[in-house]
Design a protein around this ligand. Sequence first.
Ligand SMILES: Cc1cc2nc3c(=O)[nH]c(=O)nc-3n(C[C@H](O)[C@H](O)[C@H](O)COP(=O)(O)O)c2cc1C
Length: 360
Amino acid sequence: MGLLDRLGQRLLFALDPETAHKLAIRGLSLALHPTAPKPDPRLRTRVFDLDFPSPVGLAAGFDKNAVAVDGLLKLGFGFVEVGTITPRPQPGNPPPRLFRLQGDRAIINRMGFNNDGLDAALRRLRARGNRPGIVGVNLGANKDSADRIADYVEGVTTMAGVASYLVINVSSPNTPGLRDLQVAEVLTELVQKVRAALLTATEGRRRPPLLVKLAPDLAEPDLPAIAAAVSDGKADGIIVSNTTLSRAGLRSDPKTAEAGGLSGPPLFRRSTALLAKVRRLVGPELPLIGAGGVDSGETAWAKLAAGANLVQVYTGMIYEGQGIAAAINRDLARRLTEAGMASIADVVGTDVNRWAAQAI
Ligand SMILES: Cc1cc2nc3c(=O)[nH]c(=O)nc-3n(C[C@H](O)[C@H](O)[C@H](O)COP(=O)(O)O)c2cc1C
């Protein structure tokens, strides 16, 4: 970590986590910071119909309202995922709802989809015009929604014109019942309906790829049916994974008693094993994005080797600072040289069997 990053981080850690986050977002939205060096050309990778300058992206939840996309891209991320966005604005859970577990370099959050709603995010993404950069849009359902599938349909049809890719988030632990949408039969129906609506909404135009974001807390026997549901519904990819309800692997910290989803290094092993299992179930072609505990070149490389085409970072940026994307980019390039590999695509899945053999 550079000196400025260290100073900035010290300052932010002196504040309560949510205030620190608001301040960081405000700073990044100004986009006054220097542009990170261009990633090594060997990091370029084509996934879906998109050319990613780096396989390292920013995960959903950091810029929920799409207010700092260009500032975030300047940090060296190969892509930024905004959201989760619900059709109508909602306040989320009452604070405090975001907790640092410093001894574990982890976070527990129960934000509960606090966001400005689709209209506000659409306006901001439209205002970007044709600025470059891959921007995914992660979509959710309002807490009080009477028809959750209709919320996702509204999300994709509203955002299709401004999203590089779209994500159906059925894996937040902080909206009661949301994860039940991962039950295979329900998931098939959800993906099919959303995809059909997206096809209609984009007739004659580019149709952004449609991804499903899964929880890490799935039971192993349910995985084949879930993978089949995603395939049957003709989703274009899967993000593995969201935060976990498990508290396994944490050092004792009073905050572990807080309810919510856990992220960061304690999630790494479980989410990577799940990613490898999903890779084995869906075969080599379906694009997968690996998230959960990526905070270094080493952990990013491990996710790729376990079967991810792309990776995402959230908690790592809180602890490693805003230089994390550039640092991982540099380290991945060095690792390619060391391994004698020509590109990121060569790394994908090279260690899938070892990871898939681990229990989740
Ligand atoms: C504070 C916080 C808020 C999050 N909000 C969302 C969200 O709105 N939608 C979503 O799909 N994932 C959300 N996530 C999950 C992350 O996108 C990511 O899947 C997870 O944190 C694992 O990655 P990490 O270990 O690098 O943080 C959130 C994570 C954190 C820490």
